[in-house]
Write a new protein. Structure first.
Length: 181
């Protein structure tokens, strides 16, 4: 059991890794660990409201742009369509969304927030804001602005590289088939 006030075992290992084992490890690993920390902190808070992090990803997109097609929702979330389909099914069962078809195009399925899904915004967004405040504790506004500018530049650089590579990331299954074939 972790003593009160001590970081959880996994967090301690990550901190030790960065401070002692490989303080100059690749930036990609540092960004991944920071993202994992943010995700875990938010996941703990969302769980108190019975919402998974996977559903949060879709809810926050729909709060900004309700009524997207499942394909558009997948693209904005950066997830494969089967993953989105499964999540939307689960969110529909929880009463957060409903799927609709328009009479003029029965092939497209639109994902629309229900009142319950919309109402979650006022409870959940402050949790994400709290996690962001925790993450930047001790940083000046200038530090945060620099970090933001650096990360945005990294995102832009990597997006440009992806476009040069043709922009198609193969699925895990496709990579496995390539190895066997």
């Amino acid at each position: 059991m972790t003593p009160p006030g001590a970081p959880p075992k996994e967090a301690s290992a990550i901190l030790r890794h960065w401070r002692e084992a490989v303080p100059n490890d690749r930036l990609a690993h540092l960004v991944r660990d920071a993202a994992r920390g943010l995700t875990r902190a938010l996941s703990l808070r969302l769980a108190e409201h019975g919402v998974s992090f996977g559903h949060w990803v879709f809810l926050r997109i729909l709060w900004e742009q309700d009524g997207l097609t499942q394909r558009e929702l997948s693209e904005q979330a950066g997830l494969m369509e089967p993953t989105t389909f499964t999540a939307v099914q689960a969110m529909e069962q929880l009463g957060y969304v409903r799927r609709e078809q328009k009479p003029e195009n029965r092939r497209k399925v639109y994902v629309v927030l229900t009142e319950r899904g919309q109402a979650l915004k006022s409870a959940l967004v402050p949790l994400a804001e709290d996690v962001n405040h925790i993450a930047v504790d001790g940083l000046t506004p200038a530090d945060v602005a620099i970090a933001r500018a650096v990360l945005l530049r990294m995102v832009a650089n990597l997006a440009a590289d992806e476009m040069r590579q043709d922009g198609h990331v193969p699925s895990t299954r496709a990579v496995g088939r390539r190895r066997r074939g």
